[in-house]
Design a protein around this ligand. Sequence first.
Ligand code: 8X3
Length: 247
Amino acid sequence: MSTRRVAVVTGASSGIGAATARALAAQGFRVVCAARRTDRIEQLAAEIDGLAVACDVTDAESVAGLAGAVGDILHVLVNNAGGAFGSAPVESADAEQWQAMYDVNVVGLMRVTQALLPALRASGDAVLINVGSTAGRNAYETGAGYTAAKHGTKVVTQTLRLELVGEPIRVSEVAPGMVHTEEFSLVRFGGDQAKADAVYAGVPDPLMAEDVADAITWVATRPAHVNIDELVIKPRAQAAQHKVHRV
Ligand code: 8X3
């Protein structure tokens, strides 16, 4: 049986999730790569000597399957599955898209956390990291469905830290700003590549998934008594949500 510490990363099929799985594996973790797209996570798990588990965080049965695959002991949980769907003023926003964002960014996180808390507790020294966003700290036009959901991610994290105090489980949120990943903006804009590209146009150096993975891994590898409550990470070119340097 492996003696490696165990980590679960949800949304591990691409972007921040895949980079985090790689970064944790490089630190010696046995990483359970959870996501819906099995072809991608199977490849990733083979690369990092981890385990691929098909998981849709919006489906209770699927999450129960993840917990079964993880087993009795878990040291690190990275609730990364999330995303933005659509971009519209409140007046014309789509209720189904808002519902879907709440489901994945908030309820999905709750579902996975509930299922894996017993194994985290049993490890005797666990770290639970929720991937939030600067969208959980600000408001911006046409973003309310996503910013509301990510504010939810933040508040659920804060609540968990209160509820679990005294237990051997640290609770953290890593909240990135502008990160240039393959899919985040493409998904948000329904596959419109030109709109997705415009988000990062002229920005000298947006963050890459690896930068956020590095931050998550740092949070996950502090000594047992050190709880990093929140870590907000933005590219140098982004002073604030709306204040982005472009050349
Ligand atoms: C992504 C950051 O600026 O698109 O979580 O809201 S932003």
